[in-house]
Design a protein around this ligand. Structure first.
Ligand code: HEM
Length: 152
């Protein structure tokens, strides 16, 4: 028994060392959330973006009749979504994009208007190109769940 014990301990330590070495040695790549500037930056971006949506002459109609409380809920849900999707420490508090938007008949051009507002907001906040493109790719990945009417 004694003979077998130490070799197995040594083998475990060696394997453990191999597993630990890369994580100890390498600096972790900061998440998109961190590179965007963390929660305050995400929050400011969503506030600006949401104001543009509510004021828009076309898509603003979609949010007509929402009171300030509902608008605040909409902003908070989007903040949590962006925070979580970019690797931040938030919990998603909204329903899925598919569930929320199905039946609204959202058109491709409405989606483009909304995406353009986000582009304008990111430019206003001087978000660098790399982070800008990464965030737009995440938003773009939701498009199939949101757009129901192509070609309009
Ligand atoms: C561009 C990507 C989009 C994202 C990330 C997004 C995100 C969200 C989120 C998180 C909610 C709240 C869901 C919930 O209540 O659980 C929501 C609701 C909603 N979205 Fe979007 N959305 C997007 C595009 C659009 C577009 C293109 C339109 C139409 C112009 C739209 C119209 C709405 C409407 C009308 C609601 C329901 C508001 C309410 O009554 O509470 N969304 N969206």
């Amino acid at each position: 028994m004694k003979k077998r014990f130490w070799p197995s301990v040594l083998a475990s330590l060696a394997i453990g060392g191999m597993l630990l070495t890369p994580t100890i040695g390498a600096a972790e790549e900061p998440s998109l959330y961190e590179r965007l500037g963390g929660y305050d930056a995400v929050s400011a971006v969503v506030d600006d973006f949401a104001a543009k949506l509510f004021d828009d002459p076309v898509v603003g109609a979609r949010f007509f009749g929402m009171g300030e409380d509902s608008r605040e809920g909409f902003r908070q849900k989007n903040k949590n979504l962006v925070c979580a999707a970019t690797g931040g420490p938030c919990k998603i508090i909204s329903r899925s994009a598919l569930q929320t938007h199905t039946g609204l008949g959202i058109t491709a051009s409405e989606f483009s208007i909304v995406a353009q507002h986000l582009v304008d907001t990111l430019n206003k906040f001087n978000v660098p190109e790399q982070e800008h493109n990464e965030l737009m790719a995440i938003i773009g990945s939701l498009r199939p769940d949101i757009v129901e009417v192509e070609g309009e």
